[in-house]
Design a protein around this ligand. Structure first.
Ligand code: GLU
Length: 461
């Protein structure tokens, strides 16, 4: 069975890039009747916060992504890395027994200057293996003297990593590009590289779908996986989302937390549909008539082959397009119901609100904006009444049926009969009814206000 996972570090908000990774993992699992697992990568104890985790889960739920195993689902297996310490310790012991790791006593300063030198020479930074040659007895002596080493994986001589990426194709890391890396810190906590490899194995993860900034990690994690003789999962590295100036999307470069979009009134289905377009296109013949706002339909057409290699650019204009479409798809009746809850003063107009809302969502694709622009329904604006307005109210009082089409005919006929120009007629009328200079078509406004309210505003009552 296909098992995917999303493994966020609870060190901040869920952003566009992370949400897309979660969505792709979710869709791929669901596309194959598989399972989607939410794991919390909190090996970085200093930066990880439970509040962040709570918000992450909440945002993922809001997006409609449901998981089969996660930190909130009671099981025997903890889904937070911080609670899996014993498991990692056990596998560390195995590595030690096999002589696959060695203690490293090198000081931070030595490592830092080595790294600097390598970078200056244009070489990939890597550990030079100095402590690898320490005899076990010498290492033991130093530990007994109170030194606290970290532990590094002893890569096989001339180790080169190669794997076939489901998105990027064959990847290879020639010998010498990777050095012996740390699997256990000097405080005995596991590094992300180690914990994540152990977890993917123990959790039976079949497909690791994650951002392509993790490609170098994959080369290292494969060294652990191979050394332990575990089956390799398939890897799919998705291209990083870029900001509009084509830089990596980061906190300072146009990345907005999902939460902020949520608070601005974006609909979850709009975000999902948009996120799905970031690096994925449906393969020919898999998407006939699929509804982009329905996660089930999206999953049905999702495949790893549909992931494109080029980096997508985060574009709020596109997101807004999906928001408009999503609002239109919700339809006037549903929006009217939601609006009446959001603003109880609009509840009396609920029955007649749908057509006006459908018209207005084109310009105001957010419920909050709709609420604000429709405040005039609940509050009579103060504006000048023209002498002809009472007559118009009279004509309206006997109009049948009370429909926007009939209202439109009546307004035009009235204007013509009075010999008024368009501007002389519509502008003061709109101002009186809505307090605004422009807006939705007036017949729709009148229809929504209702016969009595129109009469009251026009001065008949
Ligand atoms: N915690 C890692 C991150 O947030 C997860 C990487 C992975 O998917 O293995 O990037």
């Amino acid at each position: 069975m296909i098992r995917t996972r999303f493994a966020p570090s609870p060190t901040g908000e869920l952003h566009i890039g992370g949400a897309r990774t979660a969505l792709f993992n979710y869709l791929y699992a669901r596309s194959a009747g598989g399972q989607f697992i939410l794991r919390i990568d909190d090996t970085d104890a200093e930066r990880s916060r439970r509040e962040h985790e709570t918000r992450l889960l909440d945002d993922l739920r809001w997006l409609g992504l449901t998981w089969d195993e996660g930190p909130d689902i009671p099981t025997d297996i903890p889904l937070r890395q911080s609670e899996r310490g014993e498991l990692y310790a056990r596998w560390m012991d195995k590595l030690r027994e096999q002589g696959a790791v060695y203690p490293c006593f090198c000081a931070e300063e030595r490592l830092a200057s080595m790294r600097e030198g390598q970078l200056a020479r244009g070489e990939p930074p890597r550990y030079d293996g100095r402590c690898r040659s320490l005899s076990p007895r010498e290492a033991q002596r130093r530990i007994e003297m109170g030194e606290r080493p970290c532990w590094r994986l002893a890569l096989p001589e001339g180790y080169s990593a190669a794997f076939d990426d489901a998105v990027r194709g064959p990847q290879s890391f020639p010998a010498g590009t990777i050095g012996d890396f740390v699997v256990q810190r000097s405080d005995r906590s596991p590094t992300y590289l180690f914990a994540s490899a152990v977890d993917d194995y123990l959790m039976g993860i079949t497909h690791v779908i994650r951002g392509d900034e993790h490609v170098p990690n994959t080369a290292r994690q494969l060294a652990i996986i191979d050394r332990m003789g575990w089956p390799r999962p398939a890897f799919a590295h998705i291209p990083m989302v870029l900001s509009s100036d084509r830089r990596k999307l980061g906190k300072r470069t146009g990345s907005t937390p999902i939460r902020e979009y949520r608070e601005r009134g974006f609909l979850p289905e709009a975000l999902d549909a948009y996120l799905a377009t970031l690096s994925w296109t449906p393969q020919k013949g898999t998407n006939e008539g699929a509804d982009p706002f329905d996660l089930k339909a999206l999953a049905a057409s999702f495949s790893l082959e549909g992931i494109v290699r080029s980096s997508p650019v985060h574009d709020e204009g596109h997101l807004l397009h999906w928001q408009r479409e999503a609002m239109a798809r919700r339809g006037g009746e549903a929006l009217a119901r939601e609006l009446a809850v959001l603003e109880p003063r609009l509840a009396p107009f609920r029955e007649r609100l749908a057509p006006l809302l459908e018209e207005m969502t084109k310009e105001h694709p957010f419920l909050m904006e709709l609420r604000d622009s429709l405040a005039f329904l609940a509050e009579r604006p103060a504006a000048k009444r023209e002498p002809w307005m009472a007559d118009l109210a009279g004509a309206l009082s006997s109009l049948e049926p009370w429909k926007a089409e009939a209202l439109e005919v009546l307004l035009r006929a009235f204007m013509k009969e009075r010999g008024l120009k368009g501007r002389e007629f519509f502008h003061p009328l709109r101002l009186l009814l809505t307090g605004q200079d422009s807006g939705a078509p007036l017949p729709l406004v009148l229809f929504t206000l209702g016969r009595e309210e129109c009469a009251a505003r026009l001065g008949l009552l």
